[in-house]
Structures are given as C-alpha cells and as structure tokens.
Design a protein around this ligand. Structure first.
Ligand code: NAD
Length: 426
C-alpha cells in the first residue's frame, strides 16, 4: 500500500472509503458504519458513561503520506479544527522524501502511587524489604497481564514532605502491555494497600495511577530535506531560507514559555486527533505530555520537539513524549468506529500505535512551524474557517463558497459580514 494517495482530498466519499477499505481490509459492515456518520446508538452510549442524552460527533479525516519505520500507513484523525489533517499530510509528505519517520517506543511501564499517612519512622525501608511479597500480591490480581509478559515489575518507597507533614509514597511500576493501564494499576494498588498499612503502621489514602508516564515514552525522528521544503513552496523560497526560518521558530519556543505552550499544542493537535479516533483517554495523554515537557527539563516547560540541521543543511526534527495509550480496555474495544480506526492503522500492539502517534505529532509540529515561519498560518486556515463562518451566517450550497471567497478577499471573515454578503446576493 502506498500512503501517498494522490488527490485524496479531491475524491468523493465513496472513493475515499474504497481506498480505506482496501488498505485496512475493512468489512462491508465496517465501511457501512463509517458511511452512516452515526457511531453509537443509545444502548452503546449508555453503557459507556452515565446520564446519556445524545452523542457528540467529530469528523474523521485521513492523513496521507505517512511512512513510519519503513511502512506506509493511512492515519485516521478525529478533530473539530480545520487544517490539522492537512498539516499532518503536509508534514508527512515533506518527511517522506527522505524515507519518512523512525519511531521507537519504550516498554509500556506505568506508575501507580500509594499514599501512606502517619507511617512509623523507617517505614520505607521495611516496605522495600517486603518488595517480593508485595509484587506477588499485585501480580496475583491480573493473571492476564502476567500471561502476556506484563505485570508489576518494581516497587519503590520514599518519604515526601508535604504541607500536611511527612508521608510515605509507594510507587508500583507495572508493565501494562497493550493496555492504557489505569484500571489494571489502580486494582493492584488497592490490593497491596492493606499489607502496606500493616508494614508501615500508617493509613493508606490515595491508590491511583500517575499520568506522568516517564517510563513509557516514545521517540520519533524525521529529516525534512531542504529540497522537499523548497518544493513545498513550489520553488518560490529557497530551501536554506525555510530551514533557517523553521529553526528560528524552534529557537523562539525553546526560549519562551508562552510560545512553547502553543508549540506543544500544535503537536497535540495531531496526537489527540489519532487518540480520539482510536478511542484513547486523551486527557491522560494531554496531562502526561505537558507535565513531561517540564519534568524532563527540571521544572522548566519546554517544547516536546527539537530541531537542528545536519551537515547537508537539511532539517532534523525529533520528538519525545510519554504516550499512555491502549488497544484493550477503555473505548478502543467498545466503540465501533474506534475499532475500525485501529484496523485502518493496522497496528497490533499499543507500542506500534504510540510510535505512529508520536510521528503524527512531529509531522503536525513541523508543518505548523513551516507555515507560521514562512507563509503565516492564516492563509491555509482561513479558507475552511471562512466556509464555516458562511454556514453560521446561513449560507447554503454554492453561496457558502461565494461568501467565503469574498470574505477572504476582503480580509474580513466575520459572521456579520457574511450575513451582509448573503443579503446583497439575495
Ligand atoms: P482495562 O482494565 O479495561 O483493560 C486492561 C486489562 O485488560 C488488563 O488488566 C488485562 O487484564 C487485560 N488484557 C487483555 N489483553 C491484554 C494485553 N494484550 N495487554 C494488556 N492487558 C490485557 O483498561 P486499563 O487500560 O487498565 O484502563 C484504561 C481506562 O482507565 C481508560 O478508560 C481510562 O480512561 C480509565 N482511567 C484513567 C485514569 C487516569 O488516567 N488517571 C484513572 C482511572 C481510570
């Protein structure tokens, strides 16, 4: 399969679905479900959360051009924001010229925390002495995880000074394999709590996963060649100039927290969109990513990506972040569209999915700084935005395009102006 499907954006829904069907080996039922534009019925939704009264829908777009670890992949992205899917395609197209992305996930080790209050002096040491027994107890709670090679692997105990006095915090390190891991870890933490109370003579309060998944990270890298960058502007701007402009954009984010925050938001545009499409807990992903952006740099919030030039003057982009995502549990196995999206991606393990997601984040980030540094974001963004504004003002059919174009030409994209233009037309 070649993911650089030419003119995907110009194809009809039928044609796009036919491509996806073949690439993901989807069944008739799965493609019919996509075409329905309605994912969940009341019974399914009511099983997922409480007090259900309806469903919220987001469009799913396909990001083309991705090559990850030598494999062509079509990537489903669910998002409400215009231009994110296009940016991912763009970043991936530029990276593709020199082989695409290389990506590697660490072992899927998550941290569970157990808070002990009023522990006796030296409790940490006593807890560590009972490590083997505690790990065995934790592992007895999840035979399935153990069977797949996962399970509780390590236990740490440290004193923590807090505004309410000293506490002992136990960390349980668990290899969660293809799960996001929250339920699995919370269950283990709860199971070892009575023993911890017995050993420490204290009282256990919180027993919960940490979303700062420092042991479950992904690193990805791509070369954005100056030639491909130049071609992306149809040769109108020199490749060297584009590389320098992008490095300036990165230097800004590296030195300034206000810019770093938005820089990372651009990365998460892509990562969240794949996360939502595949039914992930995107709040967990977001919390982990932003916290890591400062934890990694001794409390100073920094960009999650890095850019530098190689000896040929091409731009190298790198990303590193924690990605606590899963293919079992959560909505990934229960939401029919999420299941189909996983199938389109062709991933069999959570690590493979994490590796792809990191690349999408890097692609989106590279495309964003390219656009911001060189052409200004508004040009690309405004077209879709103007169409939305025209629809909000009541435009229908051909009027949508006419009103949008007029507003863009006037550089005045506002609902009031759209209403005026509509009034003038009719
Ligand atoms: P889960 O408990 O539904 O599924 C994980 C279980 O699946 C494992 O414990 C294991 O027994 C089994 N399993 C089968 N095959 C497996 C495989 N190949 N690899 C790993 N496990 C396998 O889900 P979970 O991932 O433990 O929890 C995820 C859910 O927890 C999400 O819905 C998330 O929103 C929610 N949650 C998150 C937080 C948080 O992030 N702070 C807190 C509470 C709950």
């Amino acid at each position: 399969m070649d993911s650089s499907v030419s003119g995907f954006y110009k194809k009809s829904l039928e044609e796009r679905i036919a491509i996806i069907k073949e690439a993901g080996q989807l069944t008739e039922e799965e493609t019919a479900q996509l075409k329905k534009f309605a994912a969940l019925d009341f019974e399914q939704a009511n099983r997922m959360i409480e007090n259900v009264i309806g469903v919220q829908q987001l469009p799913i777009g396909i990001a083309t051009n991705f090559v990850v670890n030598g494999k062509d992949i079509l990537i489903p992205m669910a998002i409400e924001e215009p231009s994110v899917v296009a940016a991912a395609c763009n970043g991936a197209r530029i990276a593709r010229a020199l082989g695409g992305f290389k990506s590697k996930a660490s072992a899927p080790i998550m941290i569970g925390q157990i808070q002990i209050v009023n522990a006796e002096k030296g409790a940490e040491k006593k807890i560590l002495k009972a490590k083997k027994e505690l790990l065995e107890k934790a592992n007895s709670m999840d035979k399935t995880l153990k069977k797949f090679g996962g399970g509780a692997k390590e236990l740490k105990a440290e004193e923590l000074k807090t505004q309410k006095g000293k506490m002992v915090i136990v960390q349980l390190l668990v290899d969660v394999r293809d799960a996001m891991g929250a339920n699995a870890i919370n269950t283990m933490c709860e199971a070892i709590a009575p023993k911890l109370e017995e050993i420490s003579k204290g009282k256990v309060f919180l027993r919960i996963i940490s979303n700062l998944a420092i042991h479950r990270t992904v690193k990805a890298k791509a070369v954005f060649s100056k030639k491909a960058l130049e071609e992306s502007f149809k040769g109108k701007i020199r490749g060297e100039e584009i590389v320098e402009a992008m490095l300036n954009a990165y230097a800004f984010a590296e030195a300034d927290v206000f810019r770093a925050c938005t820089h990372n938001k651009g990365i998460m545009n892509g990562i969240d969109a794949v996360g939502i499409a595949t039914g992930q807990d995107f709040r967990a992903i977001e919390a982990g990513a932003h916290c890591y952006a400062s934890w990694k740099n001794k409390g100073e919030y920094k960009p999650l990506t890095k850019y530098y030039k190689n000896e040929k003057g091409d731009l190298i982009g790198e990303i590193e972040l924690p990605l606590a995502i899963g293919l079992v549990g959560g909505a990934t196995r229960t939401h029919p569209i999420a299941k189909t999206c996983v199938k389109i991606l062709g991933v069999k393990t959570a690590n493979e999915l994490a590796e792809i997601m990191a690349c999408v984040g890097l692609a989106n980030n590279a495309a964003a700084i390219r656009a911001l540094a060189v052409e200004g974001i508004q040009k690309g963004h405004m077209k879709l935005h103007a169409r939305n504004i025209a629809v909000i003002a009541g435009a229908q059919g051909k009027d949508i395009e006419d009103v949008a174009e007029k507003m863009i030409n006037e550089n005045n994209v506002k609902v009031d102006r759209a209403k005026e233009i509509l009034g003038e037309k009719n």
